[in-house]
Design a protein around this ligand. Structure first.
Ligand SMILES: [Zn+2]
Length: 135
């Protein structure tokens, strides 16, 4: 995949981790297991940046998963500007991650997307359930 090879050399990882893509979200995109809901959330953010719709759907819980996201057909196309994870809480097989993502549509102004996402772990794998927007 062209987009992936192009980003392999980039530091930091699209999610903002300074260890770089190949040591952060890359292994998860290749089928690795996220140890925490926060790691999964970061890898899903990176998947939005890289338009890895397959990964986003695979890590979405079947009970809430949309049929498709049509990321490459989005108009205007979002440009993701950064991720800030504010809080991560886990209780057993359930977790929430609060984050602020910054993005811009087309040539528009940068905006903040503040979300509290819910995750559930099944058979050792975390899945995104849904999110709410506190502001
Ligand atoms: Zn990452």
């Amino acid at each position: 995949m062209l987009a992936l090879q192009a980003v392999d050399t980039l530091t930091p990882c699209p999610c903002g981790n300074h260890t770089g893509y190949t040591r952060c979200c890359g292994p998860l995109h290749d089928g690795g297991i996220a140890q925490t809901a926060e790691a999964l959330m970061r890898s899903r953010y990176s998947a939005y940046v890289l338009k890895r719709e397959d990964y986003l759907l695979a890590t979405w819980h079947p009970s809430t998963r949309p049929a498709s996201l049509k990321l490459t057909a989005q108009q205007p196309m979002p440009t993701w500007l950064g991720l800030n994870v504010k809080q991560h809480q886990q209780e057993g097989e359930h977790a929430t991650v609060e984050f602020v993502a910054r993005l811009r549509y087309g040539g528009g102004k940068a905006q903040r997307m503040h979300e509290i996402s819910r995750f559930v772990r099944e058979q050792g794998r975390w899945y995104y359930l849904d999110g709410r927007f506190p502001e």
